[in-house]
Design a protein around this ligand. Sequence first.
Ligand code: GTP
Ligand code: MN
Ligand code: MN
Length: 589
Amino acid sequence: MNAVPQQGANATPGTRLASLQQWVDEVAALTRPDRVVWCDGSDAEADTLQEAMMADGTLLPLNQDTHPGCVLHRSHPDDVARVEHLTFVCHEKREDAGPNNHWMAPAEAHAKIDALFEGCMEGRTLYVVPYCMGPIDSPLARCGVEITDSPYVVANMRLMTRMGAAALARIEREGAEGKPLVRGLHSTGELDPDRRFIMHFPEELVIKSYGSGYGGNALLGKKCHALRIASHQARQEGWLAEHMLIVGIENPQGEVHYVAAAFPSACGKTNLAMLIPPESYREQGWKVWTVGDDICWMHPGEDGRLWAINPEAGFFGVAPGTSEKSNPNALHTIGRDTIFTNVATTDDGQPWWEGLDKRVPTKDWQGRDFDPARGPAAHPNSRFTVSAKQCPTFSSHAEDPQGVPISAIVFGGRRASLVPLVFEARDWAHGVHVGASMASETTAAATGQVGVVRRDPMAMKPFCGYHFGDYFTHWLSFDRPSAQLPKIFHVNWFRKDADGRFLWPGFGENLRVLEWIIGRLEGTAGARDTLIGRVPTASDLDLSGLGLDPGAIEALLEVDEAGYAEEWRELAGFFESLGRVPEEILPPR
Ligand code: GTP
Ligand code: MN
Ligand code: MN
């Protein structure tokens, strides 16, 4: 009758929170692992796990002289990105999931995925991973427990969340008070794309993920909990869970403005969060402080401002394109104690990816001898996982329990044409329109075609856990008389010329745009009113020393009225297809 397996030698005994223990027992009965391990997050536990993964080839060594503590993981070649077509948000009512999500009735979804889980951990270990999203002592943080049979997932969760004993203590305390807990069940299964589902049950606060070991599908604290489930909770409770970086910009007077920015996957969040000011700005005293690079939870504070925490503890960043020139900060962050996934390697065992430097790798991401005819050496969505504490610019306020106050929200996308370098929304409602109107060229972060412009409101298309129309209404609801809301902006670093070259240098030079944004907050920077909002003129921006030709500057700051008329016709059709979109944010006709 009692199907609970024996505890392993280094397993901790479980929990005194009866509801949690019962769920773990039920899952163990369904999945039938050889043993159950409750993770405490200790160094000893991490070392033991790593040794086991090195022994069975889950992890491969990298050059320890150049990259101490770093390891390589090669995923199954069919398991390299999020799988949106297999991701479901299973509200009780179909219309609550909205046309922006795939939906299945909860009972049907449970039945379908539980059938896959049945006996799937035979011969394996079941790990119970208690975690906290956000600083462990923050009232804004939320806890969850992930059950997984993947030690790679445990190792990643250890870097990406506050995982282990402290989280379990908070979970037990909150459980005694009757506070809800997010429960996630994960198995890598057979890694067969035909037996793969990522399912969310927002009303139950439950996630079930089967058949993938990739970060966004398998590290359930991240996209599944901190965005899809949390966005649903945030709507009910009056806050926002967003796909945004958080960065502090310190001006030469020593004042820090915190900016939250939503760009779609692989469109520059990690890079902006770790920006290093250009030489001339550094000399004047500008500094940039990293708070978060992917997810932002914002709550209205007593002072009416929005206060934000980064629910994550680490970075799961895109490797390709990261170099000493584009993002030296990231490069220093990942110089030690980092898990690399699907990168290439050099002859002396160093991790390598396209855009890093001029060396030629010897092994590609699948471990084959590198042959350029087969495509890039590193997978375009290869990633690094690393503790945020290793970032040289990690903000001393990143762990503040109350979060940091947000002065500006920035939306942005990857648009080769039409959308100017930067503009400011006229007010909150217009800003919500600007965010809801976002579109971007698709990238390798999700499976499917790359480079097609698609609508991605607030960069949340893959992550909003409920109906987009209701989501926009929720955003509008923050505009209350007592609110001191951030100003809203839109940027586009990705405009191209006729030859397909980027018009804007990007990366560190993006600080010039942030300087204008801060100038707008302080009332010191100029702008002209246009039909899309307030756009700087060339003289409102500091473009000195960039050597941009006047044609490029004009193109970056022009507002193409005919182009926007066309864009808005298309947008109106998109909003209509969504339904429930509030009148206030419809495009002008
Ligand atoms: P996720 O982690 O998937 O959510 O993506 P992200 O938004 O953090 O994207 P990331 O910062 O990793 O950037 C992705 C790609 O965009 C990399 O190849 C970068 O080199 C490139 N990139 C980032 N910022 C800029 C920029 O300002 N200009 C240009 N041209 N490319 C950029
Ligand atoms: Mn992301
Ligand atoms: Mn990122």
